[in-house]
Design a protein around this ligand. Structure first.
Ligand code: CA
Ligand code: CA
Ligand code: CA
Ligand code: CA
Length: 374
């Protein structure tokens, strides 16, 4: 835990929820000194307590493009039931600039593909990321079901397209990204990126079968620009092998139980690297892009190549080096740190945060909203 956050958690106790004018806070580079309170608890003042929000993961995006970051909070599984008093597992929370309002049902975010007449259930999908997948200027969302905890899978991965006002409709039914039927994905994390820099957003999906005896390969989906995607994993060189191949395992070339997907340009060459971060004894994997003779992007496993031929800075080579993986003999032990805390920028402030009020191992937790007070 970084020092500012350690201080933050201590200082939260006893902070009164007194609102301040937005324009007076954190709007310029205010120096921070040790001992200076950085955040205060604004959970009550911003209406979060009254909304009775519970969850395990927080996603932040700006659904209507009004400059105020909105939240999507959700638990690890299940359906929303939008009848009065029905069970809730998702909260799409619109930031008004002075508080949050629950727009989960009215936004149509949990729209189902084939609802029965009169059905009040929302679509499953706990793993999500947002980006403008159809290049129309608004943020769309990809959601995927993570079948680790016994919830029956009744929905498949979907892209929901934004009409620009924060109202959603389902994207195309055709495409590899939905994996409907016999070969569902087991995603633990997804990240949007444009791996080939063609202007169409692509999707990096890291899998975690969790209770499966062997892990699954991660997937690179190439965006078509309409909300659908095709699987280009193998043709772009991203290939790992089953755990029954001991030689591959010892070279960190086996499938791995990933927990977090990240895509960013680590070496500033214009092409994003892909990272699958794991937990415990399974290896991280860093995929380094290059171009083949015809100019197409092809990835190589940055660890499996020698550390002198990866062509990356020393610090990156070291970070890409992983211990020799060993087959796991006990159950996985936890959730890592997936999206448990998020930067919100609830107003003009640059550093507001939302986090859960409890451990990642606990039942669904309430959300604590922290506002920068510098
Ligand atoms: Ca917004
Ligand atoms: Ca869009
Ligand atoms: Ca692309
Ligand atoms: Ca790069």
């Amino acid at each position: 835990m970084g020092r500012p956050f350690a201080i933050l958690f201590v200082l939260l106790v006893g902070c009164p929820p007194v609102e301040e004018p937005l324009e007076d806070r954190c709007v310029s580079d205010v120096p921070w000194a040790p001992g200076t309170p950085v955040f205060r608890d604004a959970t009550d003042a911003w209406g979060m307590t009254d909304l009775n929000v519970l969850g395990h993961q927080i996603n932040v995006t700006d659904l209507e493009g009004d400059g105020f970051a909105d939240l999507i909070v959700h638990t690890e599984g299940g359906h929303d039931d939008f009848v009065e008093g029905g069970e809730r597992v998702t909260w799409v929370l619109r930031n008004t600039g002075a508080g949050f309002e629950d727009v989960t049902e009215s936004s149509n975010f949990r729209v189902r593909r084939d609802p029965a007449p009169g059905e009040t259930w929302g679509r499953q999908g706990t793993i999500m990321a947002s980006a403008d997948v159809d290049n129309d200027g608004d943020v769309d969302v990809y959601t995927a079901h993570w079948a680790w905890n016994g919830f029956e899978q009744t929905d498949w991965s979907e892209t929901v397209l934004n009409d620009g006002t924060g109202h959603f409709e389902l994207g195309p039914a055709e495409g590899d990204h939905r994996r409907e039927g016999e070969n569902p994905t087991r995603p633990a994390s997804v990240a949007f990126t444009d791996y080939d820099r063609d202007g169409l957003v692509d999707l990096w999906l890291v899998q975690n079968g969790f209770l499966d005896p062997y892990p699954d390969p991660d997937i690179l989906f190439e965006g078509r620009g309409d909300g659908s995607f095709r699987d280009v994993t193998a043709r772009r060189g991203i290939e790992t092998l089953p755990w029954t191949n001991i030689g591959a395992l010892n070279q960190a070339m086996g499938h791995t139980w990933g927990w977090a997907a990240t895509a960013c340009d680590l070496d500033d060459d214009g092409l994003p690297e892909l990272m699958a971060a794991s937990y415990g004894r399974t290896p991280n994997q860093l995929w380094h892009p290059g171009r083949d003779e015809e100019g197409r992007v092809v990835f190589t496993n940055a660890w499996s190549r020698s550390t002198t031929s990866v062509g990356m800075p020393e610090t990156l080579r070291n970070s890409a080096t992983v211990p020799v993986p060993r087959p796991r003999t006990s159950a996985p032990r936890g959730f890592g740190t997936r999206k448990a805390t998020a930067c919100v920028s609830a107003g003009p402030a640059k550093a507001d945060c939302a986090r859960f009020a409890g451990s990642l191992y606990s039942p669904p937790m309430t959300v604590v909203l922290l506002r920068c007070s510098l």
